[in-house]
Design a protein around this ligand. Structure first.
Ligand SMILES: C[S@@+](CC[C@H](N)C(=O)[O-])C[C@H]1O[C@@H](n2cnc3c(N)ncnc32)[C@H](O)[C@@H]1O
Length: 272
């Protein structure tokens, strides 16, 4: 069976880590959507039982650590494990968050170097769309969560970046923009021990003055690696000019739109 997420499996993790490491220093300045999404995801956190000083909450794909202060406050006196694939992101995160009770770990969310049932909560905002093997990721989340604990995940849905994907599709059939899993794709990967408790879908549209500014924003965020791109490349100046002309067809009064469809997902691990 060829599941849609097989398309993602060619995503090169070294390239992902490199792009985010390179973007880390300026990430907070250019990240427009990310703080909004993290804030909304944080608002969903409910704690069924009290947490103690020995409890851990893992922020998977922590980036520069935008959510760390709020996680520490919400979960006090629990400790926060700031985990990211990109050394460069963790470096900035470590500089910004010297608070007590924060630990840093450079690791891959699909192969977590964490003990079974060791985490009282998992938080992950706009990171898991970079994981090419969603079944593996969800199995790892299920394995490391304590029984009865929850994972709060925000990720991008398939309508995200559709204007850019559709504009490229008028030029060629190569992959230029990542594809994102649908809610059903994610549900199909859910292990038996995880139950989906809530799924909220939102759409946000960002606007740019022109195509170079739009493309630069993706690059500055580190969000430019594309599964299978080695074969496609971006093309020369003439192709980018052709793309810009096509994209003009989407222009609105605020500028050139780029849509982000965000899934806010709450999963709970069974108690047995
Ligand atoms: C768009 S940033 C989001 C960062 C932060 N959560 C925020 O909301 O600002 C995505 C982050 O996920 C990390 N990431 C990507 N793939 C990962 C993986 N397989 N395991 C752990 N982190 C990963 C990247 O290095 C990057 O820091």
């Amino acid at each position: 069976m060829r599941l849609p997420h097989r398309v993602l499996s060619s995503l090169d993790k070294k390239q992902v880590a490199y792009s985010f490491s390179r973007a880390a220093r300026d990430y907070d300045r250019v990240a427009e959507l990310q703080p909004v999404v993290a804030k909304h995801l944080l608002s969903k956190i409910q704690l069924g039982s009290n947490v103690g000083a020995d409890d851990f909450c893992c922020d998977l794909g922590v980036g520069t650590g935008y959510a760390i202060p709020q996680l520490l406050k919400l979960l006090e006196p629990a400790q926060v494990l700031a985990l990211d694939l990109a050394e460069g992101m963790l470096h900035i995160c470590r500089q910004r968050h010297a608070e007590q009770g924060v630990h840093f770990l450079c690791a891959d969310a699909e192969t977590l170097p964490l003990a079974n049932s060791s985490q009282s909560l998992i938080f992950s905002s706009l990171a898991i769309q970079w994981c090419p093997h969603p079944e593996r990721l969800l199995q790892e989340i299920a394995r490391v969560l304590k029984p009865g604990a929850c994972a709060y995940l925000a990720t991008l849905g398939p309508a995200s970046l559709y204007e850019l994907r559709d504009a490229w599709a008028e030029l060629d059939d190569q992959p230029h923009v990542n594809r994102f899993l649908s809610a059903q794709d994610w549900l199909d990967c859910l292990p038996d021990s995880l139950r989906s408790c809530e799924l909220e879908v939102q759409e946000q549209v960002l606007y740019y003055p022109d195509l170079p500014a739009l493309m630069r924003s993706l690059k500055d965020l580190g969000a430019n690696p594309v599964a299978g791109r080695q074969a496609a490349g971006l093309g020369g100046r003439a192709r980018l000019q052709a793309l810009a002309e096509i994209y003009e067809g989407y222009r609105q009064t605020q500028g050139l739109p780029l849509t982000y469809q965000t899934y806010y997902w709450v999963l709970k691990k069974s108690v047995k």
